[in-house]
Design a protein around this ligand. Structure first.
Ligand SMILES: C[S@@+](CC[C@H](N)C(=O)[O-])C[C@H]1O[C@@H](n2cnc3c(N)ncnc32)[C@H](O)[C@@H]1O
Length: 386
């Protein structure tokens, strides 16, 4: 099970290297954020932690064939979770509202279950949902995709059903977007709807696992609501690098390269010591996370730390609200209940108060810069072109 087997230091080390490679050797088509692709190593690590019978480090480098395991991804984007599940021999089913995503994943893997798109998955039919939902308003997938979509549409032909529309914009895209009039409540309702459907499709005790990060705690409230509405418990919030430090939206800012991996189940077990009562106790868990990331050579910034804290606060809010959760009330009231719980716990401020000595040593932002020697253009042997 992920809660016991996922080795943060081992996977964080691999994920960091993978993102570094992507950063150094970026193809020209990667100028856009695309779908905010997550590292394959991260999802391979999660799948193996859940389904392999051998220790993770052993299973990671050996062939695995998980026949009969059904994995779903409701937000497949560029398809990383599905590709990794497919490599391990799982049956897969994926959805994405964006035609570019559908087309890309179709090219990458034989989507044998693709005609399930748009249909509800049968109840208790899935062994795991591994996904990477939209990060509130962080990335506007359709707006970015449209830059590439116009060209792909020209090349592949408008006759293809998925390329009929002139733009990939869609009112139902799950992002907060001022121009399209979508706010935090729309995002909450949409995410909750998808998670509820996925929870129904999961076999009892099977995991819904997803990566998430944002600079603002408010963007975590919809996540809390969606998990609570689905009747699941968050049994782990694990940190792992998943972004490139040099990404346009991260370099030189206080943003995080660390995602929280939320592991959620209807029933299961997790270490009792992860349930803490106050900020002082939570800091002990966070210090363990930091130590594991340091073992993986992650140079933590304040932005990373903040996301780790937000992940744990959300996990604890879900645990504490679950017994009296009313899924029938309005979305704004649900958001408020999660926010009120986080505030009553003391929020980010209380946790930072207990992390003070460490905070002064952590850089506020991540700066990636390459300093090349000054090129010399003039010299005795310089040539002139004509
Ligand atoms: C963070 S990205 C997924 C990235 C992916 N894991 C990868 O590695 O490339 C989120 C995806 O959710 C999709 N999405 C947004 N709203 C959706 C909706 N209502 N239904 C299905 N997919 C949606 C976006 O088009 C985007 O591709």
């Amino acid at each position: 099970m992920i809660e016991r087997q996922f080795d943060i230091a081992f996977i964080a080390d691999l994920a960091l290297r993978e993102k570094q490679i992507q950063q150094n050797y970026r193809p020209v088509i990667a100028v856009h954020k695309w779908f905010a692709r997550r590292p394959g190593t991260l999802f391979r690590g999660l799948l193996l932690s859940e389904f392999a019978t051998r220790p993770l480090k052993q299973a990671f480098y050996q062939p695995n064939a998980f026949e009969g395991i059904q994995i779903a991804d409701p937000f497949m984007g560029g398809g990383i979770p599905l590709i990794e599940a497919n490599r391990l021999g799982c049956n897969i089913v994926g959805y994405d509202i964006n035609p570019m995503s559908y087309w890309i994943v179709k090219e990458e893997i034989d989507l044998s279950c693709s005609d399930a798109t748009g249909k509800k998955l049968p109840p208790a039919s899935v062994d795991g949902v591994f996904t990477d939902p939209p990060y509130f308003g962080n990335v506007q997938y359709a707006e970015l995709m449209d830059f590439c979509y116009v060209w792909l549409r020209k090349l592949t032909g408008k006759d293809l059903a998925v390329f009929k529309k002139p733009s990939t914009r869609n009112a139902n895209e799950l992002t907060a977007n001022v121009n399209m009039g979508r706010n935090i409540e729309d995002f909450t309702k949409g995410l909750s709807h998808v998670f509820q459907q996925m929870a129904r499709a999961l076999k009892p005790g099977s995991p819904l696992v997803f990566t998430y990060h944002h600079n603002a705690i408010t963007a975590y409230y919809p996540v809390g609501v969606a998990i609570l509405d689905s009747g699941l418990v968050c049994s782990a919030s694990l940190p792992c690098p998943a972004e490139m430090g040099a990404s346009i939206h991260i370099n030189g800012t206080g943003s995080s390269i660390i995602d929280t991996i939320f592991v959620c189940r209807s029933t299961g077990k997790f270490p009792r010591r992860w349930l803490v009562e106050n900020a002082e106790e939570l800091v002990l868990i966070i210090e363990e996370d930091i130590e594991k990331l340091r073992l993986a050579n992650v140079r933590l910034t304040y932005g990373d730390l903040r996301c780790i804290i937000f992940g744990h606060l959300t996990r604890l809010a879900i645990w504490n609200l679950r017994n009296h959760w009313d899924d029938g009330i309005q979305a704004d009231e649900k958001i408020k209940r999660v926010a009120d719980w986080v505030d009553a716990f003391g929020g980010l401020v209380a946790v930072e108060e207990h992390l003070k000595p460490m905070l002064s040593e952590i850089p506020r932002s991540r700066k990636m810069a390459i300093h090349e020697p000054e090129p010399i253009y003039e010299g005795p042997d310089s040539q002139i072109s004509f």
